[in-house]
Design a protein around this ligand. Structure first.
Ligand code: SF4
Length: 86
């Protein structure tokens, strides 16, 4: 699943530069995650790095609206990084 930044976000600015997929950007008052680019960090890290660096617990959660298998997340990783090299 893609991850979701909740309203608990305090704009600490740690997650956006750490995302290896450039999936995080400033949204309407708080940061947001582009579900089309979030791979749960598969291909880069063992755990979602945005969750690791966020200082507020339970702010970045899996988004139940975007269920994806590990295989689908790997496919997304391959497509994203192939496209970025073109
Ligand atoms: Fe980016 Fe990884 Fe967080 Fe997804 S889980 S938004 S890819 S840092």
């Amino acid at each position: 699943m893609a991850l979701l930044i909740t309203k608990r976000c305090i704009n600490f600015d740690m997650c956006e530069p750490e995302c290896p997929n450039q999936a995080i950007s400033m949204g309407d008052g708080i940061y947001q995650i582009d579900t089309g680019r979030c791979t749960e960090c598969i291909g880069h890290y063992d755990k979602p790095t945005c969750q690791q660096v966020c200082p507020i617990d339970n702010t970045i959660l899996v988004d139940p609206q975007y269920p994806e298998s590990n295989e689908q997340l790997w496919d997304k990783f391959v497509v994203l990084h192939h496209a970025d090299r073109l």
